[in-house]
Write a protein that binds this ligand. Sequence first.
Ligand code: KG4
Ligand code: ZN
Length: 343
Amino acid sequence: MKENKQSQSPIILAIESSCDDTSCAISAKGKIRANVVANQTVHKNYGGVVPELASRAHLSHIIPVVDAAVKEAGIKTSDLDAIAFTQGPGLLGSLIVGNQFAKGLAVALNLPLIAVNHMEAHILAHFIDEPSPTFPFLNLTVSGGHTELVIMRDYFEQELIGQTLDDAAGEAFDKCGKMLGLPYPSGPEIDQLAKSGKIKFNFPEAKVGEFEFSFSGLKTSVMYFLKRELAKDPDFVKNEINNIAASVQFAIVKTLVNKTLRAAKKHQLKQIAVSGGVSVNSELRKQMESACKDIGAELYLAAPKYCTDNAAMIAMAAHFKYLKSDFCSLKTAAEPRLSRQNH
Ligand code: KG4
Ligand code: ZN
């Protein structure tokens, strides 16, 4: 593959397929020119992503999504300097679709390949639009699969200081939503319902290490709470859905904000960034803004389309990797449990 003709203003085509969104983005000189995302609706009634259905949907979405991104960016494939893909972490079958498609394109166009870590990309999404944080900064990543506090010292230099011991924050939203009869993913639905609700019910916070998270206890306490209340009034969920949503959301957001702020204070970091699908949550954004104001920290929140899974963040990470000639070979396999470079 040609790695000799290195451009200082590369045009990169990036593919993201780690879970249930098929996405392709094009970046030019580190600026996003296209970001096309095809969401999968097949999982709606299953309460979570069904891996087999996800890989099949990626197969049918990938060609139209890549075509649409190239068209939207107004480029020809001969303009491209590199092809990037999400190597992991994620669902194996889903990752393989993006991985193999990217390899096929790279071979056909004789271009170098760049493998991107999905979790690093969620954080590097903060460099897509201005203002971006400067190093070092503290990042909270909250998605369907992860809840992590990371100190970012450089683009690919990071220290993981805390994570969840069980369920991720997004998973907590989704599982509580499922108990309330809401479709998957329930995070956006709970966010919406909570807007007209009150924090009326109290759910206990898990007692874990200083920067650790645990959300499985919340799920259990919501389950017993609903059982108890439904035994007294079969219409309890129907009548109280907004208040339950507001209370569950408050319990999740409170822990996320408190731990992040404590970590920022302890590590004397004055810039806090939040990434991943749950960072779209309006209450989390509001509470983070007010907490950061209180301690005089700057808060960085990416545009919602760059918080949930998207290929623009993969293109951004790939741009920084391209500049340091960090290419991979055709042997680079999909890694469902891929860990970070440094932590
Ligand atoms: O980052 P993401 O798109 O995919 C993963 O890498 O997991 O995150 C998906 C998660 C889901 O759990 C979804 O319920 C949650 O993000 N989510 C939200 C909101 N929008 C998406 N959770 C709470 N409030 C939202 N507005
Ligand atoms: Zn993600």
